[in-house]
Design a protein. Sequence first.
Lengths: 1086, 386
Amino acid sequence: MPRRDDLSSILLIGSGPIIIGQACEFDYSGTQAAKVLRSQGYRVVLVNSNPATIMTDPEFADATYIEPITADVIESIIAKERPDAVLPTLGGQTALNVTMELAERGAFERYGVELIGAGIDAIRRAEDRGLFKETMEAVGLAVPRARYARSLPDAMTAAEEIGYPVMIRPSFILGGKGTGVAIDEEEFRAKAGHGLAMSPIREILVEESVVGWKEFELEVMRDRADNAVIVCSIENLDAMGVHTGDSITVAPIMTLTDREYQEMRDDAITCLRAIGVETGGSNVQFAVDPRTGRRIVIEMNPRVSRSSALASKATGFPIAKIAALLAVGFTLDEIPNDITGKTPASFEPALDYVVVKVPRFDFSKFPSASGRLGTSMQSVGEAMAIGRTFPEALQKALRSLETGRKGLNADPVEEVYTSLSDAALRDALGVPTSSRIYHVAEALRRGFGVEEVADLTAYDPWFVEEIAAIVDLRRRLEAATPSEGGGEDLPGIVRDAKRMGFSDAQLGYLWGCSPDAVLALRRTHGITVTYKTVDTCAAEFAATTPYMYSTYEDESEVPPADIPRVVVLGSGPNRIGQGIEFDYCCVHASFALRDAGYETVMVNCNPETVSTDYDTSDRLYFEPLTVEDVLAIVDAEQPVAVIVQLGGQTPLNLAHHLQERGVPIAGTSPASIEAAEDREQFSALCRRLGIRQPAHGIATSATEAEEVVDRIGLPVLVRPSFVLGGRAMRVVFSFEDLQEYLHEMYHAPGEDGLDLAAAPLLIDRFLESATEVDIDAVFDGTELLVGGIMEHVEEAGIHSGDSACITPPPTLSSSAHDAIVAATTDIARELEVRGLINMQYAVKGDEVYLLEANPRGSRTVPFISKATGIPLAKIATRVMMGATLGDLRAEGVLTSRPITLTAVKEAVLPWSRFPDEDIILGPEMRATGEVMGIAATAGTAYAKALLGAGMEIPAAGNVFFSVADRDKQVGLAAAQALHHLGFRLVTTEGTARFLAHFGVPSTTVPKLGEGPGDTLEHIEGGEIHMVVNTPRGRRARSDGRLIRTAAQQRGIPCITTIAGALATARSLQMGRDELTAVRSLQDWLA
Amino acid sequence: MTDGIAVTADGEVFRGRSVGAGGIAVGEAVFNTSMSGYQEIFSDPSYAGQVVVMTAPHIGNYGTNPDDDQARRPFAAGIGMRSMSRRHSNWRATASLGEYLAHHGLVAISDLDTRRLTRHIRDRGAQPIAMGSEVTEAEVRAAASAAPPMEGRALAMTVSVDEPYVRPAEGSARGRVVAVDLGLKRDILTNLTRLGYDVHVQPATVSAEEILALDPTGVFLSNGPGDPEPLEGPIEAVRGVLGKVPLFGICLGHQVLGLALGGSTFKLPFGHHGGNHPVRRLADGRVEITAQNHGFAVDPWSFGDGNAPAPDESAAPWEVPLPAELATRFGLARPTHQNLNDGTLEGLACLDIPAFGVQYHPEAAPGPRDARGLFDTFAGLMDGTA
Ligand SMILES: Nc1ncnc2c1ncn2[C@@H]1O[C@H](COP(=O)(O)OP(=O)(O)O)[C@@H](O)[C@H]1O
Ligand SMILES: Nc1ncnc2c1ncn2[C@@H]1O[C@H](COP(=O)(O)OP(=O)(O)O)[C@@H](O)[C@H]1O
Ligand SMILES: [Mg+2]
Ligand SMILES: [Mg+2]
């Protein structure tokens, strides 16, 4: 069945901001779909609020709407664009949810729009857990026993009926939010209560728990003719009870016989048919009892998912692209397999390698999190690695994570585990955490039996044994230390070690020598890396697409090339502070280089991204971003340049190591990068250029710290110059605060006194009530191109990644503007920047202070590029390769156009994943993603951004209003605005008096614990509809914190900064019409 | 753990370590791309005379169990793999793969660069290989170059049972199938008995008269190893029953049917061995993902005075049409299935007599079971309802 000619225009719904459970994978899927639908001649209309995506680049669609993904907004896009069809299956849960809402309100019928991919009934059958179970049972598939409950007492009865332990699932939630397993009544009471609160319809499903069973996933594709294929099978190392997004997973399945696998395969296809997914990709999750083989279906997603991205990268089968083609009528056998070019897509990829995915967590940013993994996803990113065997892929994946590990232990960090008692180790094995895999290796090293470890962890013994093989080899390595003679078969052991994924750094650690020495030794024995191809077919057919991974085998398959190559280093796993924005930049670099006649070589290990699509660059190396792995690629590819500026901190950290080893780095030199990062060098430079910085100092002892603070004055911003894990930045308002902080950061257990020498304390004068300003620019040696200047909504002190910002800056004076541009130019010249530079300033009155300079691509590059239409990353890439801005103007790559819009970026924070966290903002970044609002005025743009960020600001009702004394003056304006909008203000006594003084009426409630009817009771009683509460201090159990947490847990919008409150109040003056007035990016930039 | 070595007939050397029996194994080198089902593969009689290289890296993961064997013993001549598991894990397992290999005296080499070996076979074509442990490279090399090619070898006759036997139907019998064992897999038997047929398994030497004397409801021609062309006895026997009883052939059985109908077979460059081959059902255009294991194929252009059209290099293999009709010795037949990877014939059905065959394995084991319905088709033919 060929392409449907009755459709001409298709609306694609994106997934919005990056949040836990929904990350770059939907940029990958949206981009693939947009590309292929356009190449098929369809008019593509696209909506996504996330500016950091490739899919929202104007050239990927005919009409791109960077608008909030709400039913109102999408309906007005439909009204305006009148698409023939909507494709809802490529934008994650967000797209599905909004599609259901649109269907319910009859929007599709109203405009005669057809849903393609999955119909509304199919979506409902898959999404409604009760309906899903019925559907499965009707076709003979087993599911866990379960029952719905809409109140706590009812839930308790249900749990009794089913029998503990039970699994709790709130209805209509995303990524396991609010789910959990309760082992007894007490735990159930708490978790069920939370679950009911998390569900938008106050409903939970109480389900039989199968914790400890094996967990599997199959990725299925089905076409209109009912052809179905399994693209990839995935086995979770962590058993049921740990969300697949938080589990270490392995492809293909390792521990099922063919018979069991085929039964599962049949079930998966039966499931798709029963649900009625007409075309496209879906994933089906199974649990299997390891004792009996009993198999049950856990869930199915009738859409492309995170696992589909993983499966696509793991197999070379582009699920999203093919799903899009199937949705417009093609059948699998009409679509060629791009990788072989000679076989059709109606087949099942055969893997001759093993893929391991390891999640990455950022728990250190969320002190309230226990670190225990469960059924609600908490990871913020993931790394994938490919090896010929599981041990090799596992070790590669662990070093891809960039958590300071060189592989599975055998590195300096392992001391954390070697120092544990056996009892502590045994306990740790029983608790799923992000470090359990390291405990497993340590236990095996100590001689714990494979069975014992398997029992404690519920890992399959096969995996534990393969891990034991790594540990055994480590013992052989230790016995073969070269400086002690090396033993008889040193080359053989080294070869075995490399084949098991050991890094040179691990060998160096075990042998007490440098990784370079290990490399030298390897070279003398001819033990060098080989590259194999991911080809979908286990070499049965020749591959035309160089998608490579490293391993240690006889034969390397790197194809020859005669065009000069440029290597682009990607940004590795997503983490807070380094996410999709950097992937965006890397992809642009690749496109720009290809246009400029180079062959591009991408290196990255993040399976969610567009950069790791095999057709983004000419060659793709799915590899860890470490010195050893990158050097090996450089050796194989002999590039003319390596781009390190665009992948965030990851490649930047490699830059000087690479340069030292003779690798040509494009653009700004590693020495300059270091000069910007080194505080003393950089301060000297600023002094020389006459650029003002906040007063600052460095302390190597507690006394010295007090002296510095004495000199520069309170408040101060403090941070250790070096910490593992989080950054631990804090604003300190008093000497007491300082002492407390020093103790927290530097007090080692069992020792007296504080040792600051290892990581001296950096102290800056904290600029209060200053406006923060970001600038992104490109410098070519003589000319500075200002990409954009962004004024932050929240004042300095809230991390630039967590605060909203506006461009063009609405209140920045022209003298401040000029000072910023001049300082940026001076710094860029002085640092000999070639390419991008990002600078952050704090503006206080007429004074402009430089906070930091980053000579690299920043988080805001995509936002600015969207707001201005200037392809900054592309321009920067060309400049890095030697072009001047003048050249690029002549080529037409750089054009200038008048800016008629105002754009607002708003951060999105993962509070709902960490229900006990205090939700205040600070100098430490905690946002996972961002949205963009575009409008003619700042107010509307901000309101759109809030809407896009999912802030459901009520139009009327009661606002609990309580602000710190230092915020009262500005707070007054916000209170007045809210009052004028018709909100009723609820306050405690002090605030009430203050407001009354200025004629703002409010209702007073008692302070916490000071009588009946206090704030908490009002919040819990559902009488408060919004909270404005700015933090007063950092006390863990302060009233403010209790109030904020209570609001958060009940899904009540809670604003924690005065600037935010003001902006929100202003945006509330916007009418619904203004918010749903939509305009495409192409139109704005025309 | 001892060193193992493998050498192809054209002199390529591969090193690994021995994980099976000692000695030298010689056979035609083939690679199998299935990601599970090693036990079924090693015990499939169709692999007689072949050394199987598994492209899936981990082998032995889930051990072995008596249920998954496809015949009374493994038939593959030798095994090549990347990583032999140190431990197995599965609730059905009764022994490790190592124990299985040792018990059956099967030569197996692990830690090979199986991908290099696969690419070599793909690029240079099927050819003999020898592998062994505790032997010199020269010995292995000599064994490889002395090995005969697969063409012309009637291996089916050597793997077939010596004596007939009966596998009764599950439940009450609705008929009797005579299965000619050319290397029969157990799961085929299971599929037939499950549908309610008593299956009378006969050796490959069985004659048409002997078959008909059993008064069969249908005749089944099994899969098996080697070249179909020299199987004169079975071909004759098939000619003797065609048109008299419904007949169904799988794999080698399909090739024997093709030859009996007057067509010819040819050797594929490196065969089809895996569980992911797309096959189009020509009747309705549906695609089945199939299990395959064959080195020879029926030439659809060899029937009657058919002439193959000049190959169209620009067309994708899955778009190259097969002839609409085949003029056979038993009237007209029609191609029913086509392999989409290389366009080869995957099945045919006679129009004037009740007989059909498929080149692939509807019984799977290992592999996807999309095509299991073909056993129902056979049943329908026997019932007279199809
Ligand atoms: N009945 C259950 N018992 C124990 N664990 C479960 C059960 N159902 C699901 N889980 C675990 O919770 C995780 C999330 O559940 P799932 O149904 O996949 O929801 P989602 O992926 O939509 O968050 C699964 O990956 C699995 O580890
Ligand atoms: N001296 C200061 N006064 C007020 N706020 C500051 C000061 N220095 C830094 N900040 C705040 O802390 C945030 C993070 O500091 P920054 O030096 O930019 O670190 P990072 O490397 O994490 O971006 C800034 O975005 C800004 O809001
Ligand atoms: Mg799930
Ligand atoms: Mg910063």
